[in-house]
Design a protein. Sequence first.
Length: 222
Amino acid sequence: MTTPRLNLVVLISGSGSNLQAIIEAIGAQKLHANIKAVISNRPKVKGLARAQSAGIPAITLDHKNFESRDAFDQQLIHEIDQHQPDLIILAGFMRILTDDFVAHYHGRMLNIHPSLLPAFKGLNTHQRAIDAKVKQHGVTVHYVSNELDGGPLVLQAMIDVNENDTAETLQQRVHQQEHIIYPMAIQWVAQQRIEMIEQHVYLDKQPLEQPVKWINNQLITP
């Protein structure tokens, strides 16, 4: 059975390293998707150049040109909906989204956050993990809800925190895991293996009480 291609719109604010991982996964036939557009709220970022190099429409919608968060989000909805995506991918999109925006794409928007949620929501997650002396750190793919870095969890990659780790070395190793698990989670959506119904994630039609774990290059399903 052929997996239908999932139409994506990717939202970015910076370098777009996760965008690049998604582009490469599509090119390698590991992800059955089409990126219909990449939209950045910041002009001239590297992620826009990555999109252009891949032949993907690269759109700048500078949030500084709008009087309010609501006005920006309404225009962003207008831009996104022109491309009729099945799924919205937040890939380093550094904006707090309004409730109306989140409701418009309920069950159709994924985010990736550099911590093992619910731990370390917000910014500076790697340094906070080191300061807290946690043994394990990682990254989480989750559906987006009205709660900042909230929403039902899908997939987490876990790594050990070494005694000599700095925020920079930890970030580098977490990035490597991000680039593996984000395309993987998107492919599950393409395969219709995973979906969000109301505020619950279902994997293969079964409720997912805990996120799937990616540890030492192995998937561990609860």
